[in-house]
Design a protein around this ligand. Structure first.
Ligand code: SF4
Length: 408
């Protein structure tokens, strides 16, 4: 008998991304408020946005968790109690914590709030999972350095606690993200969400007595990126994750775009649903994940030691074979005409793909183009331009239109 379908948990860096994640099939989203969360680069949520986002999720039967996972210093705690009250008033479904002081304050001051223990707490064994369960945690987000074998052992030994694991997205070369590299090199604290990503920088060698003489360290002639981790991608291994006892599949990326969130959530939604319908894995899901901006993919530590090299030494650039050309904003049923807001340049005659919730992407050729004044155009050169194109299929607002980038 198949186990219970796992939760698909998506990042929501702002209100629009939250709605996109839910529309494209996430069962739950995680967000950050203006404080206490580990992503200062994402826009994060004001009180009003949080209320609206949680209302939106709940109306569709989905959940919303708030990240409170900074490693706190004394001053960080000052506003915590009032923030917890705000989260409760907004109807948040759980808080994600890493710092034991914050955990304790949540238990004492907001005891009705379910607590998830963040991956930043580095839970790598059944004893620590059991310890947090005894303390009242509802869920443990495991460290990323665990294998299927270890996760299975943990879920066998510590039942009745939810187990969340990362399945997709950027990885840290450091242990579960507890990293001081950014503090040391850029004065920016990754443990407070302000990482400058020095692990992706290009490094040279300097001999102590010859300051200023940078000796190159070459992997090849483009340089060497010693610590630059590949991105995690576990979409082929839904069955293995389920059998290991993972109950929530987490996608990384609160600073990623709406289009990224839509693509990744939809691919995993389809792959999970198909697995539970008894269908074999469809390799087109991986093709989908290659159409977004990404680094090379890896299965991380799931097969014990990484079964492939987990770092990309030659470059820290993203692979971008496709580009988003626009998002749909209206569809005229009578004229069979799609209006889109342009994001990147495109031309009459381009072959495009349209990504929508709940169905396969739709392919078409642009046979005519008009600007918002109904003038015929052959190229849409300016971002944010409104462009009308004929389209036989009804396209809902919020769909994404992309095209393959020309080879240069
Ligand atoms: S420097 Fe790299 S490894 Fe360290 S926290 Fe930032 S992204 Fe992660």
């Amino acid at each position: 008998m198949l186990s219970k379908k796992p939760e698909l948990l998506a990042p929501a860096g702002d209100l629009t991304k939250l709605k996109t994640a839910i529309d494209y099939g996430a069962d739950a989203v995680y967000i950050g408020g203006k404080a206490f969360s580990l992503r200062t680069a994402s826009d994060n949520f004001s009180r009003e946005e949080m209320e609206e986002g949680i209302r939106y999720a709940h109306a569709k039967g989905k959940k919303c968790y708030a990240a409170l996972n900074i490693i706190a210093h004394n001053d960080d705690l000052k506003e915590l109690e009032s923030y917890l009250k705000e989260l409760q008033d907004c109807g948040i479904d759980a808080v994600i914590v890493a710092d034991m002081g914050i955990f304790d304050i949540v238990r004492k001051k907001a005891s009705s709030l379910p607590v998830h223990i963040s991956t930043q707490a580095s839970n790598t064994n059944y004893a620590s999972v059991s310890f947090f369960k005894e303390l009242g945690a509802k869920r443990i987000v495991l460290a990323r350095e665990l294998s299927f074998r270890e996760i299975h052992e943990i879920t066998q030994k510590v039942p009745d606690v939810e187990i969340e694991a990362f399945v997709h997205g950027a990885m840290c070369v450091s242990y579960s993200g507890r990293c001081l590299l950014s503090n040391y090199m850029a004065g920016r604290d990754s443990n407070k969400g302000d990482c400058a990503q020095p692990c992706r920088w290009k490094y040279s060698l300097v001999e102590e007595k010859r300051p200023g003489e940078y000796m190159p360290v070459y992997e090849d002639d483009r340089g060497t990126f010693l610590f630059n981790s590949k991105d995690l991608c576990m979409i082929e291994y839904i069955g293995e994750l389920v059998k290991a006892g993972v109950t929530s599949f987490k996608i990384e990326g609160r600073v990623k775009s709406e289009y990224y969130v839509a693509t990744v959530v939809k691919a995993y939604r389809d792959a999970i649903d198909e697995y539970f319908e008894g269908k074999p894995f469809d390799p087109r899901h991986i093709e989908e994940l290659r159409k977004i901006s990404h680094r090379q993919y890896t299965s991380g530590f799931y097969f014990d030691k990484p079964k492939d090299t987990a770092q990309v030494y030659a470059t820290s650039s993203y692979i971008r074979d496709y580009e988003l050309i626009g998002t749909s904003i209206a569809y005229d049923d009578e004229k069979k005409e799609l209006t889109l807001e342009q994001r990147n340049r495109f031309f009459l005659g381009d072959e495009v793909e349209i990504l929508m919730p709940g169905e396969p992407f739709y392919c078409m050729k642009i046979t005519d183009m008009k600007n918002e004044w109904n003038e015929t155009i052959e190229v849409a050169p300016h971002p944010q331009m409104k462009v009308k194109i004929p389209c036989d299929k009804k396209i809902y607002p919020g769909s994404f239109i992309r095209k393959k980038k020309p080879l240069v």
